[in-house]
Ligand binder design. Structure first.
Ligand SMILES: NC(=O)c1ccc[n+]([C@@H]2O[C@H](COP(=O)([O-])OP(=O)(O)OC[C@H]3O[C@@H](n4cnc5c(N)ncnc54)[C@H](OP(=O)(O)O)[C@@H]3O)[C@@H](O)[C@H]2O)c1
Length: 239
Protein backbone atom coordinates (compact mmCIF):
# COMPACT_ATOMS: atom_id res chain seq x y z
CA UNK A 1 0.00 0.00 0.00
CA UNK A 2 1.11 3.52 -0.72
CA UNK A 3 0.05 5.29 2.50
CA UNK A 4 -0.08 8.76 0.89
CA UNK A 5 -3.73 9.97 0.60
CA UNK A 6 -5.00 7.01 2.64
CA UNK A 7 -7.44 7.35 5.54
CA UNK A 8 -6.31 5.64 8.73
CA UNK A 9 -8.27 5.08 11.93
CA UNK A 10 -6.04 4.67 14.98
CA UNK A 11 -7.52 3.90 18.39
CA UNK A 12 -5.55 4.93 21.46
CA UNK A 13 -3.94 7.80 19.52
CA UNK A 14 -3.61 10.10 22.54
CA UNK A 15 -0.38 8.57 23.87
CA UNK A 16 2.27 5.87 23.53
CA UNK A 17 2.51 3.85 20.34
CA UNK A 18 -0.86 5.14 19.04
CA UNK A 19 0.59 8.66 18.94
CA UNK A 20 3.74 7.28 17.25
CA UNK A 21 1.63 5.45 14.60
CA UNK A 22 -0.28 8.69 13.97
CA UNK A 23 2.91 10.65 13.46
CA UNK A 24 4.43 8.01 11.15
CA UNK A 25 1.31 7.74 8.95
CA UNK A 26 1.01 11.52 8.65
CA UNK A 27 4.68 11.72 7.70
CA UNK A 28 3.86 9.30 4.86
CA UNK A 29 1.08 11.60 3.59
CA UNK A 30 -1.91 9.83 5.11
CA UNK A 31 -4.82 11.26 7.10
CA UNK A 32 -5.38 9.95 10.64
CA UNK A 33 -8.63 9.76 12.59
CA UNK A 34 -7.10 9.52 16.06
CA UNK A 35 -9.51 8.04 18.60
CA UNK A 36 -9.17 8.34 22.39
CA UNK A 37 -10.98 9.78 25.42
CA UNK A 38 -8.49 12.49 26.47
CA UNK A 39 -9.41 15.47 24.30
CA UNK A 40 -6.55 17.70 25.46
CA UNK A 41 -3.95 15.09 24.49
CA UNK A 42 -5.51 14.68 21.04
CA UNK A 43 -5.58 18.46 20.56
CA UNK A 44 -1.90 18.72 21.55
CA UNK A 45 -1.10 16.08 18.96
CA UNK A 46 -3.07 17.95 16.31
CA UNK A 47 -0.98 21.07 17.03
CA UNK A 48 2.13 19.00 16.43
CA UNK A 49 0.97 16.93 13.44
CA UNK A 50 -1.29 19.41 11.61
CA UNK A 51 -4.67 19.23 9.90
CA UNK A 52 -4.29 15.67 8.61
CA UNK A 53 -4.61 14.54 12.24
CA UNK A 54 -8.31 14.54 13.07
CA UNK A 55 -8.97 14.16 16.81
CA UNK A 56 -11.93 11.90 17.63
CA UNK A 57 -12.97 11.98 21.29
CA UNK A 58 -14.59 8.60 21.69
CA UNK A 59 -14.72 5.79 24.22
CA UNK A 60 -14.46 2.61 22.14
CA UNK A 61 -16.43 0.67 24.75
CA UNK A 62 -19.55 2.72 23.92
CA UNK A 63 -20.93 0.69 21.01
CA UNK A 64 -23.66 3.17 20.10
CA UNK A 65 -21.23 6.11 19.91
CA UNK A 66 -18.69 4.06 17.94
CA UNK A 67 -21.37 3.13 15.40
CA UNK A 68 -22.67 6.71 15.14
CA UNK A 69 -19.16 8.02 14.56
CA UNK A 70 -18.43 5.46 11.83
CA UNK A 71 -21.79 6.21 10.14
CA UNK A 72 -21.27 9.97 9.97
CA UNK A 73 -17.56 9.83 9.09
CA UNK A 74 -17.31 7.25 6.31
CA UNK A 75 -19.34 6.34 3.26
CA UNK A 76 -18.84 4.86 -0.17
CA UNK A 77 -17.51 8.31 -1.17
CA UNK A 78 -15.04 8.39 1.72
CA UNK A 79 -13.58 5.01 2.57
CA UNK A 80 -11.36 3.98 5.48
CA UNK A 81 -8.16 2.30 4.22
CA UNK A 82 -6.33 1.43 7.45
CA UNK A 83 -7.65 0.47 10.89
CA UNK A 84 -5.16 0.11 13.74
CA UNK A 85 -6.86 -1.41 16.77
CA UNK A 86 -4.36 -0.19 19.32
CA UNK A 87 -6.26 1.15 22.36
CA UNK A 88 -5.73 -1.16 25.29
CA UNK A 89 -4.78 -1.48 28.90
CA UNK A 90 -3.41 -3.98 31.38
CA UNK A 91 -4.20 -4.35 35.06
CA UNK A 92 -1.74 -6.66 36.75
CA UNK A 93 -1.93 -8.65 40.00
CA UNK A 94 -2.58 -12.02 41.58
CA UNK A 95 -5.89 -13.53 40.42
CA UNK A 96 -7.51 -13.16 43.84
CA UNK A 97 -6.49 -9.50 43.88
CA UNK A 98 -7.68 -8.66 40.38
CA UNK A 99 -10.94 -6.75 40.79
CA UNK A 100 -13.99 -7.52 38.68
CA UNK A 101 -13.94 -3.91 37.49
CA UNK A 102 -10.38 -4.27 36.20
CA UNK A 103 -11.20 -7.62 34.54
CA UNK A 104 -14.29 -6.17 32.80
CA UNK A 105 -12.45 -3.00 31.81
CA UNK A 106 -9.71 -5.02 30.08
CA UNK A 107 -12.26 -7.18 28.26
CA UNK A 108 -14.27 -4.09 27.28
CA UNK A 109 -11.38 -2.09 25.84
CA UNK A 110 -9.04 -4.82 24.57
CA UNK A 111 -11.74 -7.03 23.01
CA UNK A 112 -15.26 -5.56 22.95
CA UNK A 113 -14.11 -2.16 21.67
CA UNK A 114 -12.10 -3.86 18.92
CA UNK A 115 -15.20 -5.81 17.89
CA UNK A 116 -17.52 -2.76 17.88
CA UNK A 117 -15.27 -0.74 15.59
CA UNK A 118 -14.06 -3.55 13.35
CA UNK A 119 -17.56 -4.83 12.53
CA UNK A 120 -18.54 -1.32 11.37
CA UNK A 121 -15.39 -0.72 9.32
CA UNK A 122 -15.14 -4.08 7.54
CA UNK A 123 -18.21 -3.53 5.28
CA UNK A 124 -16.71 -0.19 4.16
CA UNK A 125 -13.38 -1.90 3.51
CA UNK A 126 -15.16 -4.58 1.47
CA UNK A 127 -16.72 -1.84 -0.65
CA UNK A 128 -13.40 0.00 -0.99
CA UNK A 129 -11.97 -0.72 -4.48
CA UNK A 130 -8.39 -0.46 -3.09
CA UNK A 131 -6.62 -2.92 -0.83
CA UNK A 132 -7.11 -2.16 2.87
CA UNK A 133 -5.39 -3.24 6.10
CA UNK A 134 -6.43 -3.94 9.69
CA UNK A 135 -3.59 -4.06 12.24
CA UNK A 136 -4.38 -5.41 15.70
CA UNK A 137 -1.95 -4.54 18.49
CA UNK A 138 -1.72 -7.53 20.81
CA UNK A 139 1.40 -8.18 22.94
CA UNK A 140 3.85 -10.96 23.72
CA UNK A 141 1.21 -11.53 26.44
CA UNK A 142 -0.94 -12.84 23.56
CA UNK A 143 1.58 -15.64 23.00
CA UNK A 144 2.54 -16.80 26.50
CA UNK A 145 0.86 -16.73 29.87
CA UNK A 146 2.69 -15.41 32.93
CA UNK A 147 1.97 -14.94 36.64
CA UNK A 148 0.01 -11.82 37.66
CA UNK A 149 -1.16 -10.91 34.16
CA UNK A 150 -3.91 -13.52 33.67
CA UNK A 151 -6.63 -11.05 32.73
CA UNK A 152 -4.40 -9.17 30.29
CA UNK A 153 -3.21 -12.53 28.89
CA UNK A 154 -6.82 -13.58 28.31
CA UNK A 155 -7.59 -10.45 26.28
CA UNK A 156 -4.44 -10.57 24.16
CA UNK A 157 -4.76 -14.33 23.46
CA UNK A 158 -8.34 -13.51 22.47
CA UNK A 159 -7.17 -10.76 20.13
CA UNK A 160 -4.78 -13.18 18.49
CA UNK A 161 -7.60 -15.62 17.73
CA UNK A 162 -9.80 -12.80 16.46
CA UNK A 163 -7.00 -11.64 14.14
CA UNK A 164 -6.22 -15.07 12.74
CA UNK A 165 -9.89 -15.79 12.05
CA UNK A 166 -10.36 -12.40 10.37
CA UNK A 167 -7.23 -12.79 8.26
CA UNK A 168 -8.66 -16.03 6.84
CA UNK A 169 -12.16 -14.54 6.49
CA UNK A 170 -11.12 -11.32 4.75
CA UNK A 171 -8.09 -12.21 2.62
CA UNK A 172 -10.18 -12.82 -0.52
CA UNK A 173 -11.80 -9.40 -0.10
CA UNK A 174 -8.48 -7.56 -0.51
CA UNK A 175 -8.36 -6.84 3.23
CA UNK A 176 -5.13 -7.67 5.05
CA UNK A 177 -5.24 -8.46 8.76
CA UNK A 178 -2.03 -8.42 10.80
CA UNK A 179 -1.47 -9.03 14.49
CA UNK A 180 1.49 -7.40 16.26
CA UNK A 181 3.03 -8.89 19.41
CA UNK A 182 5.39 -6.37 21.04
CA UNK A 183 7.38 -6.86 24.22
CA UNK A 184 7.92 -3.94 26.58
CA UNK A 185 7.75 -0.43 25.10
CA UNK A 186 8.48 2.84 26.93
CA UNK A 187 4.95 4.33 27.26
CA UNK A 188 2.46 5.22 30.01
CA UNK A 189 1.14 1.65 29.87
CA UNK A 190 3.06 0.38 32.91
CA UNK A 191 2.05 3.34 35.07
CA UNK A 192 -1.61 2.57 34.33
CA UNK A 193 -1.02 -1.15 34.84
CA UNK A 194 0.38 -0.57 38.31
CA UNK A 195 3.68 -2.13 37.24
CA UNK A 196 7.26 -0.89 37.05
CA UNK A 197 9.24 0.10 33.97
CA UNK A 198 12.84 -0.77 33.16
CA UNK A 199 15.65 0.88 31.26
CA UNK A 200 15.74 -1.48 28.25
CA UNK A 201 12.30 -1.02 26.73
CA UNK A 202 11.67 -0.51 23.01
CA UNK A 203 10.94 2.98 21.69
CA UNK A 204 7.45 3.76 20.31
CA UNK A 205 8.94 5.16 17.07
CA UNK A 206 10.70 1.83 16.34
CA UNK A 207 7.46 -0.09 16.82
CA UNK A 208 5.78 2.46 14.51
CA UNK A 209 8.38 2.00 11.78
CA UNK A 210 7.70 -1.77 11.82
CA UNK A 211 3.96 -1.15 11.46
CA UNK A 212 4.67 1.20 8.54
CA UNK A 213 6.63 -1.64 6.94
CA UNK A 214 3.62 -3.98 7.37
CA UNK A 215 1.34 -1.40 5.73
CA UNK A 216 3.72 -0.71 2.83
CA UNK A 217 4.10 -4.33 1.69
CA UNK A 218 2.93 -5.10 -1.87
CA UNK A 219 -0.80 -5.88 -2.26
CA UNK A 220 -0.39 -9.64 -2.57
CA UNK A 221 2.06 -9.91 0.33
CA UNK A 222 0.74 -10.30 3.88
CA UNK A 223 2.68 -10.37 7.14
CA UNK A 224 -0.03 -11.86 9.33
CA UNK A 225 1.88 -11.91 12.63
CA UNK A 226 4.99 -10.19 13.89
CA UNK A 227 6.76 -10.34 17.26
CA UNK A 228 9.21 -7.69 18.44
CA UNK A 229 11.24 -7.48 21.62
CA UNK A 230 14.10 -5.56 23.17
CA UNK A 231 17.21 -7.53 22.19
CA UNK A 232 18.68 -7.14 25.66
CA UNK A 233 15.68 -7.16 28.00
CA UNK A 234 15.35 -6.18 31.63
CA UNK A 235 18.80 -6.69 33.21
CA UNK A 236 18.76 -9.19 36.13
CA UNK A 237 19.59 -6.48 38.69
CA UNK A 238 16.32 -4.71 37.78
CA UNK A 239 14.20 -7.89 37.90
N1 LIG B 1 3.76 -0.55 26.41
C1 LIG B 1 4.00 -1.84 26.24
O1 LIG B 1 4.99 -2.40 26.75
C2 LIG B 1 3.10 -2.69 25.39
C3 LIG B 1 3.57 -3.95 24.99
C4 LIG B 1 2.76 -4.75 24.20
C5 LIG B 1 1.53 -4.29 23.80
N2 LIG B 1 1.08 -3.06 24.19
C6 LIG B 1 -0.24 -2.63 23.73
O2 LIG B 1 -0.10 -1.44 22.99
C7 LIG B 1 -1.33 -0.73 23.01
C8 LIG B 1 -1.06 0.74 23.29
O3 LIG B 1 -0.51 0.88 24.60
P1 LIG B 1 0.65 1.92 24.96
O4 LIG B 1 1.81 1.12 25.42
O5 LIG B 1 0.84 2.92 23.87
O6 LIG B 1 0.03 2.58 26.29
P2 LIG B 1 -0.72 3.96 26.59
O7 LIG B 1 0.18 5.09 26.35
O8 LIG B 1 -1.32 3.78 27.94
O9 LIG B 1 -1.88 4.02 25.48
C9 LIG B 1 -3.13 3.42 25.61
C10 LIG B 1 -4.10 4.18 24.70
O10 LIG B 1 -5.39 3.55 24.74
C11 LIG B 1 -6.37 4.55 24.87
N3 LIG B 1 -7.58 4.04 25.48
C12 LIG B 1 -7.69 3.34 26.64
N4 LIG B 1 -8.98 3.06 26.89
C13 LIG B 1 -9.70 3.59 25.85
C14 LIG B 1 -11.08 3.63 25.54
N5 LIG B 1 -12.01 3.08 26.35
N6 LIG B 1 -11.48 4.24 24.39
C15 LIG B 1 -10.56 4.83 23.58
N7 LIG B 1 -9.24 4.80 23.82
C16 LIG B 1 -8.82 4.21 24.95
C17 LIG B 1 -5.69 5.63 25.73
O11 LIG B 1 -6.28 6.90 25.51
P3 LIG B 1 -7.27 7.70 26.51
O12 LIG B 1 -6.86 7.37 27.92
O13 LIG B 1 -7.06 9.12 26.13
O14 LIG B 1 -8.64 7.20 26.15
C18 LIG B 1 -4.29 5.63 25.14
O15 LIG B 1 -4.23 6.45 24.01
C19 LIG B 1 -2.23 -1.43 24.05
O16 LIG B 1 -3.16 -2.25 23.39
C20 LIG B 1 -1.24 -2.30 24.83
O17 LIG B 1 -1.87 -3.45 25.36
C21 LIG B 1 1.84 -2.24 24.97
Amino acid sequence: MNISQKNAIITGASSGIGAAFSSAIIEKGGTVYGIARREERLNELKKKLGDRFIPVVLDITDQQKVEQWADVTFSEQHFPDILINNAGLGKFGLIEELSSDDWHNMINVNLNGVFYLTRKIVPLMKANPSHTHIVNIASVAGLMGNPKISGYNATKFGLRGFSEALFKELRFEGIKVSCVFPGSIATEFFERAGSSTHSHMMRPEDVASTVIHLLETPDNFLIDEITMRPLNPKPPEEA
